[in-house]
Design a protein around this ligand. Structure first.
Ligand SMILES: [Zn+2]
Length: 450
């Protein structure tokens, strides 16, 4: 899949996953055959979507798992691994507010077998799988616990909105939104107000809406959890910068009349690429924006760029390489290849994406134009390549590389609150222009299939 680009990607990976000093060799350690594999690190990523436990180890492991009821537990037996202080520390790594895990402990079960017992707060759908070494990571054994009854994303959206907007205004928004009556009544029962967003932008601006119905914009902060994305020389992670910018952008969009924004992730956890697309379709998004920060081996590479999907091949070698790198997120983040149905969107095989790509291109041009008022442009035109995250067949989608995190000056600006606000503001201006010139039609029938 990565043929042809392998060498240059390899070099970029050094940059991307550096902590360069931590890069592990992919080949097994010479002469280590007699030594039992050890668990080197444990990471836990709690989130409302699911909680992930990652055990990173230095050689292949054998493992089995099963669940037990009353109380609900997930048990994982690992063969031929050394019990060490890392495993011993497991229990202390679970946050008390973890949505799914109550307790986690490891112990010697019988000679040569370490048993992990995860006590659960609710009934879950566990996924236990291995991820091959990639970048700076060695072998990983991943324990994902998904809720058996996942929250309804549309309902979550409505509830989240209620918290962020004044009740009266909200009702007005929803009159134009073709929402079922029961949603409105449920919303009205709640009065608490918990705005997380920056203070100035939590209420709707008065004035005439640009759009004549409620539009939903899905914002996709790139990377997350196990996948840090690009790493700057100053130590910033792309996944953190993208989340911060996306949150600011959400606040600004939510402040626009008749617009609301949804995040594919609102904290630090990994979301597979296809799941990001699926999330956008489930809430019947009108637009999808994936937020990233670029990296290159030369520290002077700089500027913002905007990409949209291409079905026919990339518009440049650079765009192709970038798409390959961004599509590697699933390898780094860790996707369970044996459980594709978890992530598989409804098949929409015969749908032509051409019309959507045309709209994406228009959106991309407005975004690029506005980004050009606050930053150098890396390229003066919207580029195209096969980005997996832009493949919703019915939602205009664009990927923004806000700036180069590998450029020390741009890394500093990406971490600057005021600059993040400027970025968010420029992107909102681009979105507004797109909707002024291309008013949203009725909701697509396709959207309800997702
Ligand atoms: Zn990225």
């Amino acid at each position: 899949m990565y043929k042809g680009a392998h060498l240059s990607l390899g070099r970029r990976q050094l940059l991307r996953y550096a902590g360069a000093s931590l890069i592990l060799s992919v080949s097994p350690l010479a002469g280590a055959a007699a030594k039992l594999p050890s668990v080197l690190a444990v990471r836990i990523w709690p989130a409302a979507d699911y909680t992930r436990v990652t055990l990173e180890h230095d050689g292949p492991l054998k493992y089995t798992h099963f669940t037990v009821e009353n109380p609900d537990r997930l048990v994982v037996d690992i063969e031929g691994v050394e019990f060490n202080s890392v495993l011993d520390s497991l229990a202390r790594k679970v946050a008390t507010d973890d949505p799914y895990i109550k307790l986690l402990r490891a112990g010697r079960f019988k000679p040569g077998v370490v048993r992990l017992v995860m006590e659960l707060k609710t009934r879950v759908n566990p996924q236990v799988f291995e991820v091959k070494p990639v970048g700076e990571y060695g072998h990983r054994l991943v324990l994902d616990v998904y809720p058996l009854n996942p929250p309804d994303p549309l309902m979550a959206l409505l509830e989240g909105r209620k918290d962020a907007v004044e009740p009266l205004k909200m009702d007005q928004d929803f009159r134009t939104a073709e929402k079922p009556a029961e949603d409105l009544s449920k919303r009205a029962e709640r009065t608490e107000k918990v705005p997380e967003a920056p203070e100035v932008h939590t209420t709707k601006k008065p004035g005439k809406p640009i759009v004549d119905r409620l539009v939903t914009i899905t914002l996709d902060p790139g990377h997350g959890g196990e996948d840090p994305g690009a790493v700057g020389k100053g130590g910033s992670y792309e996944k953190n910068v993208t989340l911060e910018v996306a949150k600011r952008l959400k606040a600004r969009i939510d402040a626009e009349p008749n617009m609301r924004a949804v995040l594919t992730r609102d904290s630090d956890f990994f979301v597979p690429l296809q799941m990001r697309v699926q999330k956008a379709r489930r809430v019947q998004s009108d637009l999808f924006l994936s937020i990233h920060a670029d990296a290159w081996i030369k520290p002077d590479a700089r500027g913002s760029s905007v990409f949209v999907l291409s079905e026919k091949g990339a518009s440049s070698t650079q765009a192709r390489l970038l798409a390959q790198r961004e599509n590697e997120a699933d390898l780094v983040g860790g996707v369970n290849l044996g459980a594709k149905d978890l992530f598989l969107a409804r098949t929409l095989l015969d749908l032509s994406q051409t019309a959507t790509i045309n709209d994406s291109m228009k959106l991309g041009k407005y975004l690029l134009g506005e980004l050009g008022t606050i930053n150098t442009l890396h390229k003066n035109n919207v580029e195209q390549a096969g980005f997996a995250v832009l493949k919703a067949p019915d939602i205009p989608s664009a990927l923004i590389e806000t700036a180069f995190i590998s450029n020390p000056e741009e890394e500093r600006r990406l971490n600057d609150d005021a600059y993040q606000e400027k970025l968010a503001e420029a992107i909102v201006r681009g979105i507004r222009q797109y909707f002024i010139k291309h008013p949203p039609g009725p909701k697509s029938k396709l959207a309800s299939l997702g």
